[in-house]
Design a protein around this ligand. Structure first.
Ligand code: GDP
Ligand code: MG
Length: 254
């Protein structure tokens, strides 16, 4: 069963928002890689296969995974839909540097309670979001195991990791600071980007998913360029410029 939620207006993204912890970030640049910008400028994205990314969400039961996704995709906190048996994903559309791009956000239907998540759930993920509850130390302790399980089905060199603490609204500033120290330490170790959010208040949720979209998009374009070789970018640019020249050539006569 696939639940697709087509948003009418894609979210436009043109730079990286600077709203993560600089010491636990995948990178801290505010612009996209120059090659990525070059490709997008010529708008040939349709011919390359980077316009969708599979993103999986894992973590202990009740840490707030489903609420996090529905806060972003449905702009609501209370869950109004019922996940059916098996896996389920939401499609969320973005427009990165003017190019259409979608995140396929996979959510479990409660199988994490029994630790019996199908390998198809994990397989081929471009981003792994490990969620823990900022008010539950044990859920952070379990994050490492969730990551290990998810990594069994994925290539470490091509997957982006995010460690997300939820229910920020429940912690006092002192509690939060203490948990965050642990979480940032773990992020550094596993090379994940750390975020603290609240699905209840919405704090950080939008920024977080924009960040996931920006980073997976950039990684997808770069890996595609690596596969096809930098010549491809040149070809695309040459094609566009020759087309433009043709138009100019013909212009006076027509
Ligand atoms: P899942 O099992 O990881 O998918 O967890 P759910 O998304 O179903 O959430 C589990 C419980 O945590 C529910 O009772 C939610 O109402 C609650 N919850 C989720 N996110 C938040 C949050 O940001 N703040 C607070 N206060 N409660 C939350
Ligand atoms: Mg759930």
């Amino acid at each position: 069963h696939l639940s697709t939620h087509p948003s009418i207006h894609p979210f436009p993204v043109s730079c990286f928002l600077q709203c993560f912890s600089p010491n636990a970030a995948l990178h801290t640049k505010d612009t996209f890689h120059p090659q990525v910008r070059a490709v997008c400028q010529v708008q040939k994205a349709g011919s390359l296969s980077f316009n969708v990314a599979k993103v999986i969400v894992v973590g202990d039961v009740a840490v707030g995974k489903t609420c996090l996704i529905s806060r972003f995709c449905k702009e609501s906190f209370e869950r109004k839909y019922k996940a059916t048996i098996g896996v389920d994903f939401e499609m969320e559309r973005f427009e990165v540097l003017g190019v259409p791009f979608s995140l396929q956000l996979w959510d479990t239907a409660g199988q994490e309670r029994f630790k019996c998540i199908a390998s198809t759930y994990y397989r081929g993920a471009q981003a792994i979001i490990v969620v823990f509850d900022l008010s539950s130390v044990s859920s952070l302790t379990h994050a490492r195991q969730w990551l290990e399980d998810a990594m069994k089905e994925n290539d470490p060199s091509s997957v982006l990791l995010f460690l997300v603490g939820t229910k920020k609204d429940l912690s006092s500033p002192e509690q939060l600071a203490q948990t965050e120290r642990e979480a940032i330490r773990l992020s550094e170790e596993i090379k994940a980007e750390y975020w603290a959010v609240s699905a209840k208040s919405g704090d950080g949720v939008r920024q977080f998913f924009f960040r996931v979209a920006s980073l997976t998009f950039e990684a997808n374009v770069l890996s595609e360029l690596e596969k096809t070789g930098p010549r491809h970018v040149g070809d695309v640019i040459n094609y566009v410029t020759s087309f433009t020249h043709n138009l100019y050539d013909r212009a006076p006569g027509t």
